[in-house]
Design a protein around this ligand. Structure first.
Ligand SMILES: *Cc1c(COP(=O)(O)O)cnc(C)c1O
Length: 855
């Protein structure tokens, strides 16, 4: 029978064990193994079956067992120790507190999804899990972030697979009362309500859930409250993709409602107001408009407010695939912006921010990434290669500049080691290496023998084998009600066989089925009698993506063949809970995206943290970290004629590496059955690669390279009644108006009749400034090697200086600029002269997208 309503009754924990409630209420348990051990001790079997979620677990534990432990002095003391450790963690100074005064006060981090733990399923994939890892690492480092997201009633979806291999979606509804969340309340105890005005005098209301992620507060807006009209209660029903009206409402709520929620939270808690706003992808872009509206309310113009917002905003782009970016119908956005949603903001000004470069402003789609980049003075991609790709992809926003001058930098993603390292590895590090910091342990130390290490790796592999069998049995039972689970399921996979993992969302570019290019070859590799290989595969397709579902179906049907089904399995419902067991169980992590479409890819990092070697196309993070000890590169066939040929070539390369290099190495054993060379590489990976892959490294980089500069810049433009912002806005308008008349009239050079290294090139450039002052611009020579055609490679710049020409009239005609370049290298040399705007509050030459180049 189906209940019409469900809710969760929370357990009453005996008073002497109140520490358990306090520990369960802070999500630090999701990465703090000592806290988990404390819970596990209560009832290990139930702990596992409740997915290691303390809140659910405490709700189900036998009260008699709790009473027993309440009377057990040793256990009570243990719980108190863990409570004290949590309190200390929450209050002690950490890395950020050692940085001194020039730091941001509060950073508001906006993301449409957060993957903190499987028990709080508010993510669909990499973007969300990265956001979760960002908060956790920020907590560990003491970085004062406030997270802002939505609370989706049904999260993403649960996947099951029909007997014929077709993905099916279910949307189990979450009960926030059964989760470690509390409602944000005002000083008088009533829940804070955030309200957005909608067209037609309607309103959208949201309550605000608070989650504690260690030291970080995560605010999540939820529209499922009685104050809303029925159709608006479902705005936060599910985590969607796509760009329809429902998605637009979610993003308006995230951006605009999110800023309002942060304001309520900081005022109520006495937290300083944010000086930096970080958009994790374009979905939260409306936050900039809400902030502009606030400044307009304080008497500034749109242009001045924009300067204030830009100075303190960081935008991170995550996709090199244009189809991955949210684009809304312009008329739809206009309808919402024309209501009283953003008081004082002229809809035309706001709409202009989302116009795609080169498109007709009247018909252009409203592009959230483009708006994000216009609202943020600080922007980055998520690996070095992705930074390059992004500078090209968004280069049209800065016309006239080469890609390497586009102001988008990169910070390579990282993953949170305490979350993603298997407890067995943590245990062995504590026992033999004397540290609980697996990310920075000396994994090559002789204190840990290869045999012992290999024993731990086998345990993790066995754990995956058992988990896979359990999952497949449960899935069988669900799909074939009433029939017994067949015997073969209890024999799938083997704890001593080379185990290759492949799990990810299933967009086309990730090429889930590349391995099926030559099914016979793959079959031969899997069933090789001396050197067998087993494959564990998982992944969800977006519910609207039938093409992705067809790929899953192909794979499932391939894996169903009776001679292969023990060697290749597809596990339904990939999520963080599965991931925690999958990565440690794998020897090799496979990734074969279509280069360069994988922005970073983090699953391979998590696998490396658990003693797996990577087997991957040189894309995303692997393009900068690949090394012989860390795994193998699958050569890319970038120059292949078409997609089909490229797939065929890259698949053949994959089979070759797997069969001839990976498997022989794995099965090369010493007298004790240990693959010594393999283990050496894995230990080398743990010792030297893993410290680079941590989210702590990533968050430090964000603080040093983006958050601090953003906070400093924001304080400069806001100081003194926003004098900087007003000046910059007025100056930008003046320069933009004059720019069509600015040009380099004529360049003369001397000193290069028969040039040699060491000679000087003397330049005299006549420049029309059309009323701008010499101080408003930089006139510079851009020079470097010029081998092919019309490009200057590795261009360098040198400023030319305003010069009064003896005898020329003072203020009429073009201005003269002169300067010298020393020819310090032999070979083909090229140069040009250009004019760019100059202002002390600009961060990059390209910022205004204005340049006048000679010729
Ligand atoms: C890490 C992770 C991802 C992202 O992996 P990619 O390599 O970026 O595709 C997706 N889902 C889960 C459950 C993960 O743990």
């Amino acid at each position: 029978m189906k209940p019409i309503r469900k809710f969760t009754v929370r357990a009453v924990v005996p008073g002497s064990l109140s520490a358990l409630d306090e520990l369960a209420a802070n999500l630090r348990w999701s990465w703090h193994e000592p806290t988990r051990r404390l819970f596990e001790h209560i009832d290990p079997e139930l702990w596992r079956s409740s997915q290691r979620d303390p809140v659910a677990f405490l709700g189900e534990v036998d009260p008699a067992r709790l009473s027993e432990l309440a009377a057990d002095g040793g256990y009570v003391e243990w719980a108190e120790r863990e409570r004290a450790s949590l309190r200390e963690y929450l209050s002690e100074p950490r890395w950020f507190q050692s940085l001194g005064a020039e730091t941001p006060r509060t950073i508001a981090y906006f993301s449409p999804e957060f993957g903190i733990t499987a028990a709080l399923p508010q993510y669909s994939g990499g973007l969300g899990i990265l956001a979760g890892d960002h908060l956790k690492a920020a907590s560990d480092l003491g970085v004062p972030i406030v997270g802002v997201g939505l609370f989706y009633k049904a999260g993403y979806f649960s996947q099951s697979i029909s007997p014929d291999g077709w993905q099916q979606e279910r949307y189990p509804v979450l009960d926030p009362d059964g989760l470690p969340l509390s409602v944000l309340r005002g000083a008088d105890g009533t829940p804070v309500q955030v309200t957005l005005a909608l067209p037609g005098d309607a309103s959208l209301h949201a309550r605000v859930w608070k989650a504690s992620v260690g030291r970080i507060t995560l605010l999540m807006l939820d529209t499922d409250i009685p104050a809303n009209a029925d159709e608006l209660r479902s705005v936060t029903d599910r985590l969607y993709g796509g760009g329809g009206e429902h998605r637009l409402l979610q993003e308006l709520l995230l951006g605009i409602g999110g800023v309002r929620a942060v304001r309520a939270f900081t005022e109520l808690s006495g937290t300083p107001a944010p000086d930096v706003f970080h958009m994790n992808e374009g979905h939260a872009g409306f936050l900039g408009l809400e902030r502009i509206a606030t400044y307009i309310g304080e008497g500034l113009t749109f242009a001045e407010s924009l300067q204030l917002v830009r100075a303190g905003t960081v935008f991170t782009t995550h996709t090199p695939v244009p189809a991955g970016i949210d684009r809304f119908d312009r008329a739809l956005v206009e309808r919402y912006l024309s209501s009283s949603l953003l008081p004082g903001v002229d809809p035309a000004d706001a709409l202009a921010l989302g116009v795609e470069p080169g498109a007709d402003p009247a018909t252009s789609a409203f592009n959230m990434a483009v708006m994000g980049l216009r609202l943020a003075q600080h922007a980055n991609g998520v690996s070095k290669l992705h930074g390059q790709v992004s500078r090209r992809m968004f280069g049209d926003l800065w016309p006239g500049f080469d890609a390497d001058e586009v102001p988008i930098t990169s910070i390579t993603n990282g993953v949170h080691a305490p979350t993603w390292t298997d407890p067995a590895l943590l245990g062995i590090a504590e026992e033999t290496l004397g540290t609980g910091d697996t990310e920075h342990a000396d994994w090559r130390s002789p204190a840990l023998s290869d045999g012992e290490f290999w024993g731990v790796k086998r345990r993790m592999r066995l754990q995956l084998v058992e988990d896979a069998r359990r999952r497949l049995a449960a899935s069988w039972a669900e799909q074939h009600p009433g029939s017994a689970v067949p015997q073969w399921i209890s024999q799938v996979l083997d704890p001593d066989t080379l185990t290759v993992g492949f799990a990810r969302r299933v967009p086309t570019y990730k090429r889930l089925t590349l391995m099926l290019q030559d099914p016979e070859r793959l079959t031969a590799i899997l069933t090789n009698p001396e050197r067998p290989v087993q494959l564990v595969i998982a992944g969800k397709s977006h519910p609207a993506d039938d093409e992705g579902k067809r790929l899953i179906q192909q794979l499932v049907q391939f894996a169903q063949q009776s001679e292969l089904r023990e060697r290749i399995v597809f596990l339904p419902d990939y999520d963080m809970g599965m991931a925690e067991i999958l990565y440690p169980g794998c020897d090799v992590w496979l990734n074969n995206p279509l280069r360069p479409l994988e922005a970073c890819g983090t699953s391979g990092m998590k696998a490396a943290m658990n003693g797996a070697l990577n087997l991957s196309i040189l894309d995303g993070w692997w393009a900068e970290y690949a090394g012989d000890d860390y795994g193998w590169v699958i050569p890319s066939a970038d120059s292949a004629g078409d997609a089909g040929e490229r797939d065929a070539l890259e698949a053949a390369a994959l089979y070759d590496v797997l069969e001839h290099r990976v498997a022989p190495r794995y099965y090369e054993r010493d007298g004790d059955g240990v693959p010594a060379e393999w283990v050496r590489r894995v230990r080398q990976t743990l010792a030297t690669l893993v410290p680079e892959l941590g989210a702590d490294r990533m968050v430090r980089e964000y603080v040093e390279r983006l958050y601090r500069p953003a906070a400093e810049h924001a304080s400069r433009v806001i100081a003194d009644g926003a004098r900087g912002a007003r000046e910059l806005a007025a100056w930008s308008a003046k320069v933009r108006a004059a720019w069509p008349g600015v040009h380099v009239v004529h360049v003369e050079s001397g000193g290069v009749e028969a040039p040699h290294v060491g000679d000087e090139l003397h330049l005299r450039a006549h420049v029309e400034l059309d009323g701008l002052a010499p101080d408003d611009v930089t006139v510079e020579v851009v020079y470097g090697r010029s081998r092919s055609g019309d490009v200057i490679d590795a261009a360098r710049q040198a400023a030319l200086h305003p010069t009064t020409d003896a005898g020329a009239g003072a203020s009429t005609g073009p201005a003269l600029y002169t300067g010298t370049v020393v020819l310090d290298r032999a070979g083909a040399f090229g140069y040009t002269v250009r004019v760019v705007p100059r202002h002390p509050l600009l961060l990059s030459t390209a910022e205004l997208g204005l340049v006048a180049t000679a010729g």
